[in-house]
Design a protein around this ligand. Structure first.
Ligand code: CUK
Ligand code: CUA
Length: 676
C-alpha cells in the first residue's frame, strides 16, 4: 500500500548515510509552514511543496541526503577528482551534491583558464609533446587533446594527502601532474617507450613513484613496422614505468626514474601494494595470446584471438628490488633507464600469476592483503592473497615458466576465494569493514561482497551480500577514499557509460551518468543522477574535503608553473616598456579596472614579450587578457604572473580587453595594441 506524502513527513524514515528523518523533520517543517512562497510558484510548507512537485517520500529523503543549501559548501564532505575522458581534463565535483566545482585544463586547451592560448601553458603543452609522432607530424604545434583515464591523488602511508594528482593520457602514453594548491597543471611528461597507456596509473604508498604502464605494447626501436605483427612476440614489449616524485614540487625526477620491460601481453589495469604489500605492484593483462587481428586478412578479429586461452597473467613486480638493481643492471632506451626482461626474471623482480581470461580491474584491499581481480567475461571476482603469493615465490611454487622464462605461480596456491557477483564485473573498491564493491557492466549493477580474514571468517567470508541496479552500463565505481588504506564508506559513485532515459533529451549523443549510491543503510540505495555533459570519465577518486589545503590567493607575482615569485613580475609603480631593436618587453600590471600600460605601440615584426601580473590581493579578483585575432586569451588569478611571447606580424589596431566581468567598470578594462 502506498504511503501518502503527509504520512511520510509525519512518520519516520530511516535513511542510510546515518541520517534519520522523521519526527524531527516533520515538526520542523510544520513549524515553518507559514505559507512562504517563492518565484517557483510553490507555496506552503515542505509537505505542500513535496506534494505540488509530485515527490514521493523516498525521493524527499534522497533529496534531503544530497542537498547542499546556499551558503553551506562545507556540507560537501568529499571532493571527487574525475578523469575527463577524451576531453583530456579533470573534473572536480562535490559529494553528496555532485555539483561540478571546476574543470581543470590538463592536456587540452581550456579557454576560460587561458590554458593553451598564448601564455606559458602553451610551453607546458608543447613540452608534453616530445616523442615520435608528435609535433612534427601533427597539424598542431602540440598534441592538443588527450584521453584522461586514471587520476592518482598523492598518498602518505597509503592515505590521500591532498598535495598532487597525477593523471594519464590513454591515447598518447603521457602523464600530467596537477598541484592541488591551485588545481593547475604543472607538468606534462611524454613517457618514453610508451605509445599508449590505460589503467596502469597509481602512486606508491608514500608517492615515492607515480606509476604508468603501456597498454598496447610498443614496437621496439629499429624493428620493421611492416612485418612487426608477424613477429609480434619478438618485437613488441610492455613497460612498467616508475616515475620518481620530487616531494617538494610533485614533479618527476627523471634521473631517479626507471622502467621494467614486460612481455607484450597487453598490460591493463594495475594497482599499488600497500601496507603488507608495500613495495610491490600488480598489473593485469588481457592478451597473453598476443593476438593481432587481421579480420580482412582471413584471421580472427582481436576480440576473438585475445580470448582464446582460459587464463591471462597478472604481473607481480617487486619495485623495491628493482630500485636496488637499476643502477647496475639497466640499459638506457630513449633516455629512460630500463631493466631488461631477462634481468627482471633473474633478479626476482617479475613474476606472473594466472588469472581467469580477459580480466579488467585488479584492486588491492585497504590492508594490502587481498587483490580482487574482476573477470569481465567471467561472473566471478577472484580474490588473491598477497601472503600466499609471497609464500609461493619463496617456495618457488611455480606451475611453469612462460615463453620468456618468467615464473608463473601456481594458481591454486595464490587464490584464496572466488565470489560469483554477476555479469561483466570490472572494478572493485572497498569500505572499512571488509566489503568489496564491484561494478557489473553487463548487468548494470553494483555487487557488495565480503573479504576473508581478518574481516570475515568461515561461512561469512567470500559471500555476495547485496546488489543494487544502476543506470546503465557501469564502468568504474568509487567509494569514498575506497582505494586507500583508510576507506570512509558512506557513498559510492557509479560511473555509468549509458544514460538513455535518465536525462532530458539533448540530441543523439547522451551524457554519461554519475549515480550517487548511499552505503550507510542495510542495503545500497541510489540517491541521485548527475549528467556529465562533457566527456566519458573513467576513473574517479574521492578525497575528504578537509584534506584539501587549496590556496585562495597567490603570493604576489607567483608564476604558477614554478609556484615561486617570478623575477619578471611587477608591483604597482614598476610598469614599463623596454625596447631593444625589435625586441620589446612589456611589464604590465593588471588590476580593477585597468591594464597598465594600456597602449602598446609596436612595429610590424617586433618580437614581443608581455609580462602580466595581477596585482590584486582580494580573493576571486580574477582578470582575463585577450588580444583579438591573435588567439591570445589568458586568465590571471589574484597574485598571478604569466608571460606571453609573440611576433607582431600583422599591421593594425587591436583592442585588448579583460575577459572576466571583474568590476562595475569591467567593460572599460581595455587597451590598444597598435602595430604599424
Ligand atoms: S578503464 Cu575500466 S571502465 Cu579506462 Cu579504468 Cu574505463
Ligand atoms: Cu578585469 Cu574585467
Amino acid at each position: 500500500m502506498a504511503v501518502t506524502r503527509r504520512e511520510f513527513i509525519a512518520g519516520s524514515a530511516t535513511g542510510a548515510a546515518g541520517l534519520v528523518v522523521g519526527g524531527v523533520l516533520g515538526k520542523t517543517l510544520s513549524d515553518e509552514g507559514d505559507g512562504a512562497s517563492g518565484p517557483s510558484g510553490l507555496t506552503g510548507d515542505a509537505n505542500s511543496v513535496a506534494e505540488a512537485r509530485g515527490l514521493s517520500p523516498a525521493e524527499v529523503v534522497q533529496a534531503l541526503k544530497t542537498v547542499v543549501p546556499p551558503g553551506r559548501p562545507d556540507m560537501d564532505e568529499f571532493y571527487i577528482l574525475s578523469s575527463g575522458g577524451h576531453s583530456g581534463q579533470i573534473l572536480v565535483m562535490g559529494v553528496p551534491s555532485m555539483k561540478i566545482k571546476k574543470v581543470v585544463g590538463v592536456f587540452t586547451p581550456e579557454p576560460w583558464q587561458g590554458f593553451g592560448f598564448g601564455n606559458e601553458s602553451d610551453g607546458l603543452l608543447a613540452e608534453g609533446t616530445t616523442s615520435a609522432g608528435g609535433p612534427s607530424t601533427s597539424a598542431h604545434r602540440y598534441l592538443s587533446w588527450a584521453d584522461t583515464h586514471h587520476p592518482a591523488i598523492s598518498e602518505t602511508e597509503g592515505e590521500y594527502d591532498g598535495r598532487f594528482v597525477y593523471i594519464n593520457d590513454r591515447a598518447n602514453g603521457r602523464i600530467a601532474m596537477v598541484d592541488m594548491r591551485d588545481f593547475k597543471t604543472k607538468q606534462i611528461y611524454d613517457v618514453p617507450n610508451l605509445q599508449s597507456s590505460h589503467g596502469g596509473v597509481f602512486v606508491t604508498q608514500n608517492t615515492e613513484y607515480a606509476h604508468i604502464s603501456t597498454k598496447t605494447p610498443t614496437l621496439i626501436e629499429g624493428a620493421d613496422p611492416a612485418t612487426s605483427l608477424e613477429n609480434f612476440a619478438d618485437v613488441y614489449r610492455g613497460y612498467s614505468t616508475f616515475l620518481a616524485v620530487d616531494q617538494e614540487t610533485g614533479r618527476f625526477d627523471l634521473a631517479r626514474s626507471f622502467q621494467v620491460e614486460l612481455p607484450p601481453y597487453t598490460q591493463d589495469l594495475a594497482d599499488s601494494g600497500k601496507l603488507v604489500s608495500h613495495g610491490w605492484v600488480f598489473l593485469n593483462s588481457y592478451n597473453s595470446e598476443m593476438a593481432t587481428g587481421g579480420n580482412l586478412e582471413g584471421k580472427p578479429p582481436i576480440e576473438v584471438g585475445a580470448s582464446a586461452n582460459d587464463f591471462d597473467y597478472m604481473h607481480i613486480i617487486n619495485w623495491q628490488k628493482a630500485e636496488q638493481v637499476v643502477g647496475s643492471r639497466s640499459v638506457v632506451i630513449n633516455g629512460m633507464r630500463v631493466i631488461p626482461l631477462d634481468v627482471a626474471v633473474e633478479e626476482g623482480i617479475l613474476f606472473l600469476a594466472p588469472e581467469p581470461r580477459s580480466p579488467h580491474g585488479v584492486d588491492v584491499s585497504p590492508d594490502g592483503g587481498y587483490l580482487c581481480v574482476a573477470g569481465k567475461l567471467d561472473p566471478y571476482v577472484t580474490i588473491y592473497s598477497f601472503e600466499k603469493m609471497l609464500a609461493a615465490i619463496e617456495a618457488q611454487d611455480f606451475e611453469k615458466r612462460d615463453q620468456y622464462g618468467i615464473p608463473v605461480l601456481n594458481y591454486d596456491s595464490v587464490v584464496s576465494g572466488r565470489v560469483e557477483v554477476g555479469a561483466g564485473p570490472l572494478h572493485t573498491q572497498y569500505d572499512a569493514d571488509g566489503h568489496g564493491y564491484t561494478s557489473l557492466f553487463l548487468e548494470s549493477a553494483v555487487a557488495k561482497f565480503t573479504l576473508g580474514e581478518p574481516y570475515f571468517s568461515g561461512d561469512q567470508a567470500y559471500k555476495l551480500v547485496d546488489k543494487v541496479p544502476v543506470h546503465y552500463n557501469i564502468g568504474h565505481l568509487c567509494t569514498m577514499e575506497g582505494d586507500t588504506t583508510k576507506p570512509q564508506g558512506k557513498y559510492l559513485i557509479a560511473l555509468n557509460k549509458w544514460s538513455i532515459d535518465r536525462h532530458s533529451p539533448v540530441g543523439t549523443l547522451n551524457p554519461q551518468n554519475f549515480q550517487l549510491v548511499d552505503l550507510g543503510g542495510e542495503v545500497m540505495e541510489v540517491l541521485s543522477d548527475t549528467p556529465i555533459g562533457m566527456a566519458e570519465p573513467h576513473y574517479v577518486q574521492a578525497i575528504r574535503a578537509d584534506r584539501i589545503k587549496a590556496w585562495d590567493l597567490y603570493p604576489p607575482g607567483t608564476n604558477p608553473l614554478t609556484m615561486q615569485p617570478d623575477p619578471n613580475a611587477v608591483a604597482q609603480g614598476e610598469e614599463r616598456i623596454e625596447r631593444d631593436g625589435n625586441r620589446v618587453e612589456v611589464f604590465m600590471s593588471v588590476t580593477r579596472s585597468q591594464f597598465k600600460p594600456d597602449i602598446l605601440r609596436l612595429n610590424q615584426g617586433d618580437q614581443v614579450t608581455l609580462h602580466l601580473t595581477n596585482i590584486e590581493t582580494t580573493p576571486d579578483a580574477t582578470h582575463g587578457f585577450a588580444i583579438p585575432r591573435h588567439n591570445v586569451s589568458v586568465s590571471l588569478d589574484p597574485g598571478e604572473y604569466t608571460r606571453i611571447d609573440f611576433v607582431a606580424d600583422v599591421q593594425g589596431s587591436f583592442a585588448m580587453y579583460c575577459t572576466e566581468f571583474c568590476s562595475a567598470l569591467h567593460l572599460e578594462m581595455q587597451g590598444w595594441m597598435l602595430v604599424a
